[in-house]
Design a protein around this ligand. Structure first.
Ligand code: SAM
Ligand code: SF4
Length: 478
């Protein structure tokens, strides 16, 4: 059904929590709904459809959604015609529980069923009762049946949902088969599937046609990408990057998140040799201690991770590498935590995302191990590891002072409250180097979307501060 010219457009409010995969899913949902006659609003009070695209990776992300649902109860009471939806990972995980805890919810849709969003919203309105669409559990049928229940839907891209018109995410893989014991992702996002390379290339070409300059390829273990054509030809990430590198208009290609065991030399060589591929690798270690890694069932040892880092440093000496760590996982002693600190010190990551372990119902860790590290110990370890990482960031950033770096200008900086800077107006802008370092500088709004040389004058642990080296010529309209 598409919009009737005469009928008023339905106002859609959507909030997204979680990872880049969720941001992309929200973009696709909005693209679909706009096509069906909805228009976006950023005021929940004005909306007649309110959607939450949710995350289940940590308890905190779920708590946020349940309290948001509590806050909007009065909207539904005052305007019963408003439709409320819970989408994404929490919908797949909690299913009917959501309707029990929040009976004012109209639709519950798992990440593998998002293509049905407008149909289910219509059905909930027509039938006056909640609708739920979720995929099969991992043990709910043959691998093919479970995989098919996590269907991919046609990417109707929605430029208005992207933070800016020249950067876009492109999904190349869905699901995960690694089953790390702490992680809910394999249950809520289903079996690992790689999209056909032709579809990825076509989508990236279309994005380039819309003015996109930078694409970020997404997958839970993106470097495990592997697609077998009908003729038996297997395409892996290195070859896919080569095909994407050839697309005119695309200037930068990034890919996240990498799995240490699949970081092959030929992939590292492709990153080295392909001019558009960013020398930036996000490869979570999760822990620097073999006992913990074993309990996490990460499938590698510290020696193997170190070997991979050695190969990265050898083949791509200038690459920036970032990591994720979980602190306070079941049985993590002070000595095991010290090994994570030592790993951060040894490899001096560009940055690390550090999380306190959050037990997830339905995971192996939750049934096999005891969450025995007290909350205050988790918090202390989190702060300590972050402090070690931040000190490294600051030291590493210091060497950029006086250097000129090339950045893609993304928009107004956070400290200017992300306020739009008009093309002729000066304001504080932000951009990123190809190694994913954040650079802030003053310049006119017309620089947004341009690739620019910036001379670095100062640094903090998170940001490089600079002056646009080519500002005069660009300011004159170049
Ligand atoms: N697929 C990616 C990988 O393997 O690294 C990331 C997936 S997960 C959405 C992102 C990060 O969340 C993980 O790298 C891990 O550090 C963290 N994480 C996952 N489950 C967690 C849990 N139960 N408690 C705390 N952190 C968790
Ligand atoms: Fe979760 Fe591990 Fe899969 Fe990453 S690789 S999504 S941490 S199970």
């Amino acid at each position: 059904m598409s919009s009737d010219a005469g009928s008023p457009r339905k106002k859609l409010y959507i909030e997204t929590v979680g990872c880049q995969m969720n941001l992309l899913d929200s973009e696709l949902v909005v693209g679909k709904l706009r096509h069906e006659g909805y228009e976006l609003t950023d005021d929940v009070e004005l909306a007649d459809t309110i959607l939450y695209n949710t995350c289940s990776v940590r308890q905190h992300a779920e708590d946020k959604i349940y309290s948001a649902l509590g806050r909007i109860k009065n909207i539904k009471r005052d305007r019963p015609g408003v439709s409320i939806g819970v989408l994404g990972c929490m919908a797949q995980k909690d299913q009917g529980q959501i309707l029990k805890r929040a009976p004012h919810v109209d639709v519950v849709i798992g990440p593998g069923q998002l293509g049905r969003v407008s149909e289910l919203l219509d059905a909930a309105r027509a039938e006056g009762k909640p609708q739920m669409a979720v995929s099969l559990p991992r043990t709910g049928g043959s691998r093919d049946a479970v995989t098919a229940s996590f269907a991919e839907y046609d990417p109707l891209r929605e430029p208005a949902m992207r933070p800016n018109p020249f950067q876009a995410f492109v999904r190349i893989m869905m699901g995960c088969d690694k089953f790390c014991t702490y992680c809910i992702v394999p249950s809520v996002r289903g079996p690992e599937q790689s999209r056909p390379p032709g579809a990825i290339v076509e989508e990236s070409r279309a994005l380039a046609g819309q003015g996109v300059k930078e694409i970020t390829l997404l997958g839970q273990t993106v470097n495990s990408y592997k697609h077998a054509d009908d003729d038996g030809q297997t395409v892996r990430l290195a070859e896919l990057l080569e095909r994407l590198d050839a697309i005119g208009g695309i200037e930068r290609i990034k890919f996240i998140t990498n799995y240490p065991n699949d970081m092959t030399d030929d992939l590292l060589q492709a990153v080295r040799d392909l001019p558009k591929v960013s020398r930036y690798l996000h490869v979570p270690a999760q822990s620097g201690c073999d006992d913990v890694l074993k309990r996490m069932k990460r499938g590698y040892t510290v020696e193997l991770y170190d070997d991979m880092m050695g190969r990265i440093r050898e083949i791509l000496p200038e690459a920036a590498v970032s990591s994720d760590f979980i602190v306070g996982f079941c049985g993590e002693t002070e000595a095991s935590f010290r090994k994570s600190v030592a790993m951060v010190e040894r490899w001096r990551f560009k940055n690390s995302f550090i999380f306190k372990y959050s037990p997830r119902l339905g995971t192996k860790a939750d049934t096999l191990h005891i969450d025995d590290v007290p909350e205050e110990v988790k918090r202390r370890r989190n702060n300590e590891l972050l402090a070690v990482q931040n000190a490294i960031c600051l030291e590493d950033h210091a060497r950029f002072v006086g250097q000129t770096v090339e950045i893609l200008v993304e928009g107004p900086s956070k400290s200017s409250a992300n306020r739009e800077v008009a093309p002729g107006e000066f304001g504080q802008l932000t951009g990123r180097t190809t190694c994913d370092r954040i650079v802030v500088f003053d310049g006119p709004g017309r620089l947004v979307g341009r690739t620019l040389a910036v001379e670095i004058e100062g640094v903090s642990a998170v940001t490089l501060f600079g002056r646009a080296a080519t500002l005069e010529s660009v300011g004159a309209g170049a």
